[in-house]
Design a protein around this ligand. Sequence first.
Ligand SMILES: C[S@@+](CC[C@H](N)C(=O)[O-])C[C@H]1O[C@@H](n2cnc3c(N)ncnc32)[C@H](O)[C@@H]1O
Length: 250
Amino acid sequence: MIALAEPMGRIAYDEKNSAAFAAGRQLNLDGLAAWRAAVARHLPARAGLRLLDLGAGTGTWSAAFRQWYGAEVLAVEPAAAMRARCAYPVLVAGRAEALPVAAASLDGAWISTVIHHLPDLPAVAAELRRTLRPGAPVLIRSVFAGRGGGISLFRWFPEALRVVESYPSVADICAAFGEAGFAPVALESVPQVTAPSLGAAAVGLRRAAHTPLLLLDDADYDRGVARLRAAADRAPEAPVVDSLDLLVLR
Ligand SMILES: C[S@@+](CC[C@H](N)C(=O)[O-])C[C@H]1O[C@@H](n2cnc3c(N)ncnc32)[C@H](O)[C@@H]1O
């Protein structure tokens, strides 16, 4: 008997895709200074801060929040193959629609590049309303429909933007969370160093690490790889800087 049904969202976080994510999507904390500052604007550090990292994956952000803010972070992740690759120790199996968390026990929820994997946003919003203390923020880091322009990957794989158009928009999320009593308080575009160089990005690219690339057809993918390699040949040392959105609701 399976104790926890793993969600089958847009893609399965099975062994293959989880291994690709762990190899191809790790961010260096040195390149995340703007994210550190952006989150701190909405979640001032204080002793005893208790955060949820929802869909924590390999635990990069859980570890960052513990290091940056001294926060007590609970990482929740449904996929066994991702949990197996997560070095962050406070990790439990669970999914956004049924959180293994007591009512009104959290000071914030962090949801990084997960929201497009959650088909039942009203159920997720209701669970977050139940588990967050009144006034605590939901911090969503993502690319949203209509807002993919800050991501270099889509310069090389422009067809992948079609996949992003099927992701929830900011309006979709605000509507679902509004039903649970949350209101949007901020939407900002936040830069990060995704890779130290284009050369490293070209070598490190893993198709299975990126949902929009997995959902492309093979010919479009192959053309994108050729574009990325050509860009890397022209400027191998150029850093890869991307901007994703931070949407905050309370
Ligand atoms: C692109 S990864 C992001 C991992 C991590 N948050 C990060 O930013 O590095 C998406 C994660 O969402 C998780 N996920 C998918 N469906 C979920 C659900 N229903 N509830 C919680 N997490 C889910 C996947 O298992 C996967 O680990």
